[in-house]
Design a protein. Structure first.
Length: 51
C-alpha cells in the first residue's frame, strides 16, 4: 500500500520536472481566478434564493 505522502511527493516531483515555474505560477493564478469566480457565482445564487 502506498502512503498518501509518498504519492504526493512522487507526483510533485514529476509535475516539477514537466512544467516550468512560470507555467505552474500561471496555472495557480488561473485556479485562484476560477475559485474567486465560483465564489462570486455562489454568492449571487444565494442572494437569488433568499440567502
Amino acid at each position: 500500500m502506498v502512503e498518501c505522502t509518498t504519492f504526493i511527493s512522487y507526483s510533485d516531483y514529476h509535475i516539477k520536472r514537466e512544467y516550468s515555474a512560470a507555467q505552474l505560477l500561471e496555472y495557480y493564478r488561473q485556479g485562484l481566478e476560477l475559485q474567486s469566480r465560483l465564489i462570486e457565482l455562489y454568492r449571487e445564487r444565494q442572494g437569488e434564493d433568499g440567502g
